[in-house]
Design a protein around this ligand. Structure first.
Ligand SMILES: NC(=O)c1ccc[n+]([C@@H]2O[C@H](COP(=O)([O-])OP(=O)(O)OC[C@H]3O[C@@H](n4cnc5c(N)ncnc54)[C@H](OP(=O)(O)O)[C@@H]3O)[C@@H](O)[C@H]2O)c1
Length: 341
């Protein structure tokens, strides 16, 4: 089968950084599905892993990246119960296993769901990783009420136009929150409004005066989808007493947890691979939440976040997508489709 992989950890400008390779088609066992991948999207995690070791490090076998896919179930392991061959599915997968940048891919059925019926494979592939992250951050980590009981409470979403931010804005609106998103450019600001943000402030400027001007000197929740340390002080100042904030990006320097103590404010991490990486007993929650997201999509409650696409899925097109993500200026999601020109 066709696949795109790396054997060395190189800059994306190096044509060897991602290579077209031929691999044996894997066989599903136990609770795995073998999925014929039709579309994938690219996330910052792909680019981070691609740069995670020095250029001198050689992998004996190609390492396959990619953690967002939509496709068709080709075969199932003997313990798989949720899906049948022919089902159209979408999922992110596990960081502890090979990624989905291959024609056929194995994934544990507990983290897979049927894709939205009303969306294309490309639109569906844009969604799972960011939707799992946003859903878990809001509902599982910060404890926001999914049924709308948090109505009127305010959430600040830092980095609103990126992949995670675009989905988080929409899910927060479904939970009846008032959403203040951040963006630093005219294009990203208007995208945030299109995703449903009630107000947009600029994260390249001091955020507190902008929040005060909006009439929200403090907010109930903060989801920071970007540099945790850069925005830490502003987050600590903007969070309400007993409020809850969530980060999804490793800090590059120590942050002052004491800044939250006077307010008894909570900080949570969200890592959307935790459940699959540690095989937690509630792994099936990701099947359930992706199913819920697909229902919202089919009810017209979630808009596609797909903004850029290329075909086919090959090393040259993946290098273009990685370079775009690495620019830090992505709006929405970048998708690749099909294996033939
Ligand atoms: N923990 C997890 O489970 C998890 C899951 C998904 C992603 N992540 C991580 O979360 C980060 C965001 O992922 P993503 O997919 O949303 O990335 P993305 O789509 O590449 O994000 C791009 C957006 O980031 C915004 N941005 C750039 N610099 C910023 C800054 N200094 N402050 C605030 N916003 C800034 C940009 O907005 P402007 O152009 O308006 O500046 C741009 O729209 C990545 O580091 C990713 O690895 C973690």
């Amino acid at each position: 089968m066709k696949a795109v992989g790396l054997t060395r950890y190189l800059s994306i400008t190096d044509p060897e950084s991602l290579r077209d390779v031929d691999l044996l088609r894997p066989q599903p066992k136990e609770g795995d599905l073998l999925v014929r991948v039709e579309a994938i999207s690219v996330n910052p995690v792909d680019t981070k892993i691609r740069r995670s070791k020095g250029p001198e490090h050689h992998e004996p076998l190609p390492r396959i990246l990619g953690w967002d896919a939509a496709g068709v179930v080709e075969a199932t392991g003997d313990e798989a119960r949720l899906f049948q061959p022919g089902d159209e599915v979408y999922y992110s997968g596990s960081i502890g296993r090979p990624g989905c940048n291959s024609e056929y891919h194995l994934v544990d059925e507990r983290i897979v769901a049927k894709k939205p019926a009303s969306w294309s494979m490309a639109q569906s592939a844009a969604l799972p990783l960011t939707a799992i992250t946003a859903y878990e951050a809001l509902f599982d980590r910060m404890g926001i009420a999914i049924n709308g009981q948090s109505e009127g409470q305010v959430i600040l979403i830092i980095g609103g136009a990126g992949g995670v931010g675009s989905t988080a804005i929409q899910i927060a609106k479904l939970a009846n929150l008032r959403v203040v998103a951040t963006a630093s450019r005219a294009e990203s600001e208007s995208w945030c409004r299109r995703m449903g943000a009630d107000a947009v402030i600029d994260h390249s400027q001091s955020m507190l005066p902008q929040l005060q001007q909006l009439g929200y000197p403090t907010v109930d929740y903060i989801l920071n989808t970007s540099h945790t340390e850069q925005h830490w002080t502003a987050m600590a100042e903007a969070i309400k007493p007993q409020g809850h904030m969530c980060g999804i990006v490793d800090t590059t320097e120590l942050v002052d947890l004491n800044a939250l103590k006077p307010k008894s404010a909570t900080f949570s991490w969200e890592f959307m691979f935790t459940r699959s990486l540690y095989q937690t007993k509630d792994m099936i929650e990701q099947h359930k939440l992706l199913t819920q997201i697909a229902r919202w999509v089919d009810a017209g409650k979630i808009q596609s976040t797909l903004t850029e696409s290329l075909s086919p899925i090959n090393a040259a097109n993946l290098r273009t997508a990685h370079a775009k993500i690495e620019s830090g200026r992505m709006i929405g999601k970048f998708v690749l489709t099909g294996w033939h020109a």
